[in-house]
Write a protein that binds this ligand. Structure first.
Ligand SMILES: *[C@@H]1O[C@H](CO)[C@@H](O)[C@H](O)[C@H]1NC(C)=O
Ligand SMILES: *[C@@H]1O[C@H](CO)[C@@H](O)[C@H](O)[C@H]1NC(C)=O
Length: 323
């Protein structure tokens, strides 16, 4: 097996880089999936948290009829043809009047493929704060508020948790800076760094179909698949090669995110860190047995990759994926 190629791929993914999606190892209904289309069968939302030196947070006042006058973080739906960062910058400009740059992804939230929200910590780079005299259909105005005395009413209280995440990240970064990588993808899929920790080392699951690679699993659009969320696709792939009932599988979170959009491909690829362990703890020095011939465990011998993997697993140093 070309462990050199695998080591390079693993290093890239751990470094938050993207890798071209060249094929899929697990597909819903076992057939090649159709491309997803923004606004047709997938929908993405971007949201930005800004904190200034005075520990204030940037809020916008909603203009939409159903929530007019309430306050929220700058956020909105992505449009076809945009990159994730372009969507973020457009929404922030429209709603708050500011130019911005994302600092890092803080969280990805999803309710199936019909609502996936990318939450960023961002900083503003210019522009002029939108005042009530510029109220339009995007927002009524924007303002900085002390974190401890937010205005009322809020459009929804989910932003309290997101503001808290941003504050914590700024105090002590729980993961490296992670920004979307501009790589085209046709479907919503996840590339797995599925690990098993033994006494001596770390093992990573690889697909041996064609050139050995980190396996990729496609999220399905059926209600059944969506009920379990996009993590379902991770379990489906693992189920195809492992006997899960005596194992504990944990989807830790994202190491990276890939999307282009500009070429009108509307898929995303989430590079996910997953752990596989035996349900009955004990001295297990070999990873769980693999069924079939399409996968194998790769024993990671490179010390820097081993230690990076252990650190990322033990400290949950990933972007959380929440429902
Ligand atoms: C998503 O919607 C597009 C446009 O309606 C359609 O062509 C495509 O087959 C759908 N994708 C899936 C995976 O169902
Ligand atoms: C292994 O992969 C090949 C090629 O993709 C496929 O035809 C076959 O069904 C797979 N085997 C199993 C056990 O899934």
């Amino acid at each position: 097996m070309t462990s050199e190629g695998l080591a390079g791929a693993l290093a890239a993914v751990l470094g938050g880089q993207g890798l071209i999606v060249q094929g899929y190892d697990s597909e819903p209904a076992g057939k090649p999936p159709a491309p997803v289309r923004l606004r047709k069968n997938v929908s993405y939302v971007v949201l930005a948290v800004f904190l200034n030196e005075q520990d204030e947070v940037l809020l916008i006042q909603e203009a939409k009829r159903e929530c007019r006058g309430s306050w929220y973080l700058p956020a909105g739906r992505m449009e076809p043809g945009e990159t994730i960062v372009e969507a973020l910058q457009r929404e922030v400009k429209e709603e708050a009047g500011l130019h911005c740059e994302p600092v890092t992804l803080l969280s990805v939230e999803e309710r199936g493929l019909s609502w996936i929200r990318f939450v960023f910590l961002a900083h503003h780079t210019g522009g002029i704060l939108k005042t009530s005299s510029e109220a339009d259909e995007e927002s009524l105005q924007a303002a900085w508020y002390p974190r401890t005395s937010l205005p009322t009413p809020l459009r929804a209280h989910d932003i309290l948790h997101l503001i808290e995440l941003a504050v914590q990240y700024r105090q002590q970064a729980s993961h490296p800076l992670i920004l979307p990588r501009e790589l085209s993808c046709n479907v919503v899929c996840q590339r797995l760094v599925a690990t098993f920790i033994s006494i001596q080392t770390v093992w990573v699951l690889v697909s041996t179909v064609g050139v050995p690679h980190l396996p990729v699993t496609v999220s399905g659009l059926t209600p059944m698949e969506q009920r379990g969320g996009i993590k379902m696709a991770v379990l489906r792939l693992l189920q195809e090669c492992l006997t899960l009932h005596n194992l504990v599988v944990e989807t830790k979170g994202l190491l990276g995110l890939q999307h282009l959009g500009r070429d009108h491909t509307d898929g995303i690829c989430l590079n996910m860190l997953v752990t596989v362990a035996f349900r009955n703890p004990g001295v297990q020095d070999e990873p769980p047995k693999i069924q079939g011939e399409n996968y194998s465990w790769w024993k990671v011998m490179e010390e820097d990759l081993q230690s990076q993997l252990l650190q990322r697993i033990q400290e949950s140093s990933v972007v959380p994926l929440n429902r």
